[in-house]
Each structure stands twice: as C-alpha cells, then as structure tokens.
Design a binder for this molecule. Structure first.
Ligand code: SF4
Length: 438
C-alpha cells in the first residue's frame, strides 16, 4: 500500500498544488540544513521551545545523501539492509515520516519499541528511528554487544528536555526535607518518583535509585497504582498532562495535584499544598499535543455530526475531557481498527500517525483535529538521508571499513539504576507485542 506522506503533503501545500496550511515554511527544507548549529529545535511543533544549552548536535551529512532523490535513498536503504540481513534491526516510531518508516522492521509506540529491542538480541546494530530518549532506552534494554544508533543526533524531545537531573534532584531534596523519609504505618514511603518514558536515562536512573519507576502513555494508570501501593504520593515528571489526566481518571482530586515549577522555591507551592498532595506534577508538556484545543473538538463535532474524537493523554485536560476517548497511540490505532466501516474520527495526535491511519483505513473518514500541519520538530529530524548514511556506514565499502555512526551509549553508572526503573515497569504490565513490519 502506498501511504500518503506528510512530506509530500507539505511540499504540495508549499507550491500551492494542494489546499491547507503548515506551521512553518521551513518544513520543506532538508533537516541537514539545520545541522550547522541553528539554534532551537527546528521547524514544527517545538519551534517555540527553548532548547537547553549543550543539547546534542548532528554533524554534517555527506553531500551524496543530501542531494539524493527520495527514490535513490529508498533503494540505497533497501540494498544496505539486504546486505546486512539479520545483523541489523530497524525500529520506527509511529510519528516518523513515511519515507523512513517504510524500512522499519518494527513499528510502534515507545513501549512497544522497548519490547522490540529485547526481541532481537542477535542483531549487532539497532537503528532507532525515533528520538534520543528512545535510543537511550534501547541501549539500556539491549545486550552490551549491540550498538544502538540514532540516525540524527539532533532528534531529541522538547518535553524530555523540560526536566533535567539537576532540577529534579533539587526538587527531590526539597520534598524530602518537607515530608521526611520515614514510611507510614502501612510501610508506604512519603513519595515515589515516576518518570514518563519520555525522559533522559539520567532521570530513569534517578527513579531506579529512589524506589521509583518508568511509565508510558499506555501503562500510566497501572504504574501509578504500583506507585500508590508503595508511596503516600507521587512526584510525576516531565509531562504534567499525562500525570494529571491519568491521576484524575483514577479519582485523584485536582486540588491534590500541585504543579512543580523548578524555577520557584517549593516549586511555587506552599508547604500545606504539598503536604496535601497526592501527585506533584512537573511543569513539562509536549508541544505537539499542546496544539490541540477544545475549539477544535467543537468544530469537528459541528462539521462532522457523529464524529468520534480520540486524543492522546499528553493533550491538556480540557481537551481530554471534551474528547470521546483518550489513549496511547496504540490505543488510537486499535480503536480505529475495531470500528465499523463508515466511522468518522477526529484524532488528536502527531500528524504522521494520523495521515498514515487515514491512508490505511479508506473505509473510514479520519482527520487530524488540528487543521494546520505541524509535525514533531525532533521526530522530523530523522530523514531517509540519515538512515541511508548510518546503514551504509555499517556496510562499509572497498575503500572504507564498516563504521558505527551515531552510537548512543548510556554510561554504566546511569544504566544500572535506569534499568531497575524500566524493569519495574515491564514487570508491572504483561508485555505487549510490537507490530512486525511497517
Ligand atoms: S511528540 Fe512530543 S513527546 Fe513525542 S518526541 Fe515529539 S515533542 Fe517529544
């Protein structure tokens, strides 16, 4: 099946050949044009966010990959994959562009891809077409002999960057001073740290070292239940919306979910507010999902009577409340697959997944809640040119020996406790199979 590509749609809009609008004219440029130290995350949903100093940068992509046509790149990727065979496995996140995802051996959300990492211990190289924290997680879950490769080092995540280890440690020390460290009569400690998968390995390690755990959007409720069994309250980072939406669905009152602003003493709260807290929410968000609004939901309902509105739990609470359903990318995908033909869906998640689902399900009407095309800035950094480059590096040539480019390695002192937090998560939920093939 030929899937309509978001890149192609953007190009058609930019030339006037198609109706519609995009959030930035720069989306038509190759990501390599941003590799020369351009400040910020680049065009797309995170372009208004401040990128932390020292964030990884991608070096120059050789010209042969920058100037190759999409067809030539696809052919080179296929040839390199065929040569490498089982020595390489390519993982692709749902939000990747079609031109990359067509080459993936496994396609899924971050949780499914974490599982997929463990399913191929024989592969020498895991090429992760996703963002930096996902590649770190793959490194944590793979064997020491396996090399995890991120095709473009600048593919970070603006949400993950909103919580850094120094700010979280500072928060933790303030909470320990306030709550103490002694367990209550039921043996529950004062606070359990929970980090969303979308966070650095350092934060996963922090959770592992402090009795905490990792969650994803597909298991957040299970993980919070795990945490409440062991702690009187939870410190949840970095995504306030996933934390709030999940805890609210579990019955936690909003006034017992204060937000922690790392730039203010006690996160901008009083000691009494923190004392009553059940979930302390970090002041982080996803700029892709922050774009969805209640107005968009109202417009969809007005223009498409009977529409089913499904949004991701990284959306603001008002949008989740206005929607018919909410859930992880895998939940959204399965809901569409299970619907009777002729259904209409308005979806609140990243445009690459929405457009792919629309192409895969011509029996339904599926559209993105946000009429403006605005992909995730950092997922957008992975392009077929970088994928061809890292794969051909693994193959080598007569003149050049094989080379592992863009390897992501989590230091040993971080890896141990980070793995502990991940393994707690994997043990808290039965494994979900990843989808084989694109
Ligand atoms: S969609 Fe949001 S959470 Fe996911 S990688 Fe992009 S910025 Fe990060």
């Amino acid at each position: 099946m030929t899937i309509a590509s978001v890149d192609q749609t953007i190009k058609l809009i930019s030339t006037g050949a198609a109706a519609g609008s995009t959030c930035s004219p720069e989306l038509t440029a190759g990501p390599w044009e941003l590799d020369a130290g351009t400040p910020g995350y680049g065009p797309g949903s995170s372009m208004g966010d401040v990128i932390p100093t020292g964030s990884p940068r991608q070096g120059a992509l050789p010209e042969t990959y920058r100037t190759a046509s999409p067809e030539e790149l696809a052919e080179r990727i296929r040839a390199a994959k065929a040569t490498l065979g089982d020595r390489v496995v390519i993982l692709g996140h749902f939000y990747q562009r079609e031109e990359v995802l067509q080459h993936a051996d496994f396609v899924g959300d971050s949780f499914q891809l974490a599982q997929a990492t463990k399913s191929r211990p024989d592969a020498e190289a895991i090429v992760f077409c996703g963002v930096h924290f996902m590649a770190e997680t793959a490194d944590l879950l793979s064997t020491p002999a396996q090399a995890v490769i991120l095709p473009n080092l600048a593919a970070g995540c603006s949400m993950a960057d909103m919580a850094d280890i120094d700010s979280v440690t500072d928060c933790w020390e303030q909470l320990e001073e306030l709550y103490g460290t002694a367990p209550d009569a039921d043996g529950r400690v004062p606070v359990i740290p929970v980090t969303y998968m979308n966070s650095s390995a350092a934060l996963k390690a922090f959770c592992g070292a402090n009795g905490g755990i990792v969650c994803t959007s597909s298991n957040a409720e299970t993980v919070l239940e795990w945490a409440f069994e062991r702690g009187q309250r939870v410190l949840f980072f970095p995504d306030q919306h996933l934390g709030r939406n999940t805890a609210k669905a579990m019955g936690v009152p909003l006034d017992r979910m204060p937000m922690w602003n790392p730039r203010k003493p006690l996160g901008g709260n009083t000691a009494a507010e923190l004392g009553a807290a059940q979930v302390v929410l970090w002041h982080g968000f996803c700029s892709v999902h922050k774009r969805f609004t209640v107005d968009q939901v109202d417009t969809a309902r007005r223009e498409h009577p009977g529409v089913r509105v499904i949004v991701h739990p990284e959306c603001p609470m008002a949008v989740v409340d206005a929607a018919d359903e909410y859930g992880s990318t895998d939940f959204i995908k399965k809901a569409i697959e299970a619907a009777p033909a002729g259904s209409t869906f308005a979806i609140g998640t990243e445009i690459n997944l929405v457009q792919r689902l629309a192409a895969q399900h011509p029996e339904h009407t599926i559209f993105c809640l946000d009429p403006v095309i605005c992909p995730c800035s950092t997922m957008y950094r992975i392009h077929a040119g970088y994928l061809a480059w890292v794969l051909e590096g693994l193959v080598g040539t007569v003149e050049e020996p094989p080379v592992v480019l863009n390897r992501i390695v989590v230091p040993d002192d971080v890896a141990g406790p980070a793995r502990t937090a991940l393994e707690r998560m994997l043990a808290a939920l039965p494994p979900a199979p990843a989808r084989q093939g694109a």
